[in-house]
Design a protein around this ligand. Sequence first.
Ligand SMILES: C[S@@+](CC[C@H](N)C(=O)[O-])C[C@H]1O[C@@H](n2cnc3c(N)ncnc32)[C@H](O)[C@@H]1O
Length: 273
Amino acid sequence: MLPTPDTSHVSFDTIYEPAEDSYLFLDTLSSASESKWLSERFKKSTRTSSDSSNAVPLVVEAGTGSGVVLAFAAAQSQHIFGRQDILTLGIDVNRNACIATRETVSAAIKTVQKDTETSAVDQILNTIHISSITSDLCTALRPGSVDVLLFNPPYVPTEELPRLPTESENDPTKSQAMPRSAKFESDSYFLSLTYAGGADGMETTNRLLEAIPGVLSDRGVAYVLLCKQNRPDEVKERIRAWGGWNAESVGSSGMQAGWEKLVIVRIWKQEVQ
Ligand SMILES: C[S@@+](CC[C@H](N)C(=O)[O-])C[C@H]1O[C@@H](n2cnc3c(N)ncnc32)[C@H](O)[C@@H]1O
């Protein structure tokens, strides 16, 4: 079994603690079928380095929380993508989550590199974590730049979608100076951002889905987690109706009376150009 990245340094006061949905991501990406699919799409070819289809894949996670999913993708890049040299970039609206992610991913990469030094394996992990940025979904990204997009969204249906934090709410020096009651309120606000998805639990996910055709590269693929109340079958039909795009469930958990509680949907352009 592949090791789960260490998140013991993360304070879960404001950051999502890895749970069933996070682990479903790890299991799905590293499953035999998905790692075969991804390796075929992204493995290093013998074509010239100027060939853009051979460029180092950029793997972006929106909503990284603790960074456990992105760290796993980074550390297990050989198993998942068939190569040792991916680039990772994390995004979260919560600045604390971005700081935690940077540490989680860097530590996971270092652990694998250390293990490699002391083993007979001759290929060192060259994965680089570019950065973790405080931003709203993919709005800060260059169009057509993302090869693999991962999103475990706030998916629980709620009456209201929490607003995005202001710069000052994301300022750690301000939260340190807060009285206890204000800190409690601020912590619960940031935690609400981790799960509250508004109408059908889909308000944030719908915004991400709309951004996919613009943000993915020609060989790009997105993995998005949905719960039963998000109506995954309708979501997949909607994506197929874009024309030239495909959507399939590639991981699921929590079968209850024939219903899958959580599914991970893979979204990709039908033709690699
Ligand atoms: C369910 S948690 C997933 C955390 C982590 N990826 C995992 O699987 O354990 C959702 C994450 O999305 C973040 N988030 C919510 N709305 C966002 C937005 N508009 N842009 C970026 N991140 C967002 C939350 O702060 C939270 O960290």
